[in-house]
Design a protein around this ligand. Structure first.
Ligand SMILES: *Cc1c(COP(=O)(O)O)cnc(C)c1O
Length: 377
């Protein structure tokens, strides 16, 4: 049996809706208010409460979250931002949007994440921020180097696009004292359709982020119904989260316990099915703490295995081709052996809450066959 008759197996990732999102969007549509509204602010309050932080600033996407957070951290022309090459290209584009230069860091092959040594190795005089990417949902502990970084004026801007809901110890990601950026894009752990969120470090930083996301205007239309003017206090972009999107996020958040339990269960089902399969290394994740976002393995002959699985309608993917090898980022290329090797070996199996245990069996037995034919005569 291949994946042809199983539509969920053909998709590498997929949004997962609970059914009440539609009615929530219709309520906002009928209200006639589609911009930054009370619904957006309610979403901010509920996410802050869920994470256990005093405040959270909603924006239009994860990329916008990173761009605004990096601006708040002082990134700009003449500065450098340390970032793993192993990330979605959005992380790098957000750095370039500030005018700063990316300084690519290598990764720990076991986690596909930077660690404190790799970060410190890449930090230089002109570094203003480091952007650890919480790959696949894994929290990254930089507490040991945080004093060193703070002393050098280097901010930590977490790319937690994969990691909404993950815990570091007892606390949710977003509470570590970094500027943490979430994505609520279509296939992320929680979706708004499109959306993002930043957890600020101080109330002053929260004000700055709110100005940056609303064209530099601090007293938004929402608050100036009785005024003839508005004040533009600095630089800003149209980065607000529409109430239409926030309504989807609010509905999703109410079901998040189900989402995180389902993702953990599916990941464990994969881990069991893959154990004992020769020629496959599972990229491990501590699902006690992390909400897994991807299920990745490493294999040799990856391109052949990939092609074989796709030919059998199994929705495999590659997260991600290394950024330092992309044409757009050639000026910042430097050798990163761990990333380059991972880039040749990683394979993402279909992973989203629509999958059943039977789907996972189908994927794993197709993988076993593909490995055999890729390494065979
Ligand atoms: C999705 C993603 C982003 C960007 O988020 P968008 O909401 O798509 O703009 C950034 N970094 C990583 C690692 C992502 O997976």
């Amino acid at each position: 049996m291949n994946g042809v008759s199983r539509p969920d197996v053909r998709r590498n990732a997929s949004p997962y809706l609970y059914g009440d999102e539609g009615a929530a969007v219709v309520r906002v549509l009928e209200s006639g208010q589609y911009g930054h509204t009370d619904v957006t602010e309610e979403f901010e309050r509920q996410v802050a409460h869920f994470l256990g932080v005093p405040d959270a600033v909603a924006v239009a996407s994860g990329t916008a979250a990173l761009h605004a957070a990096l601006l708040a951290a002082g990134a700009g022309p003449g500065t450098e931002v340390v970032v793993p090459s192993m990330t979605f290209c959005a992380t790098v584009q957000a750095i370039l949007a500030t005018g700063a230069a990316p300084r690519f860091a290598d990764i720990d092959p076991a986690t596909l994440c930077v660690d404190q040594d790799l970060v410190m190795e890449a930090v230089r005089e002109s570094t203003v921020a480091v952007v650890p990417v919480l790959f696949g949902g894994r929290p990254i502990d930089l507490t040991a180097i945080q004093p060193q970084l703070a002393e050098r004026g280097v901010a930590v801007v977490e790319d937690a696009a994969h990691a909404f809901g993950s815990r570091a110890g007892a606390r949710r990601v977003g509470t570590s004292g970094a500027l943490t950026c979430f994505s609520f894009g279509p296939i992320k752990n929680l979706t708004c359709g499109q959306g993002g969120m930043v957890t600020p470090r101080t109330p002053k930083e929260a004000d700055l982020l709110r100005r940056l996301r609303l064209l530099g205007v601090t007293d938004s239309a929402h608050h100036r119904a009785n005024s003839t003017s508005y004040r533009v206090e600095g630089f800003g972009l149209r980065y607000q989260l529409s109430g239409l999107n926030a309504a989807i996020g609010l509905a999703q958040l109410a079901h998040f316990t189900t989402t995180e339990n389902t993702r953990r269960l599916l990941w464990r089902t994969y881990a069991n099915a893959l154990s004992g399969l020769e020629g496959v290394t599972l990229v491990d994740v501590d699902v006690e703490h992390a909400v897994p976002h991807l299920c990745q393995v490493r294999v040799s002959h990856r391109d052949r295995v990939f092609a074989e699985l796709r030919a059998n309608d199994i929705g495999v993917g590659v997260h991600y081709p290394p950024n330092h090898l992309q044409d757009a980022f050639v000026p910042w290329r430097r050798p990163l052996p761990g990333t380059e090797q991972a880039g040749r070996e990683i394979l993402s199996l279909p992973f989203h809450p629509h999958l059943t245990a039977t789907d996972i069996e189908v994927v794993v037995s197709a993988l076993a066959r593909a490995l055999k034919s890729a390494t065979g005569p």
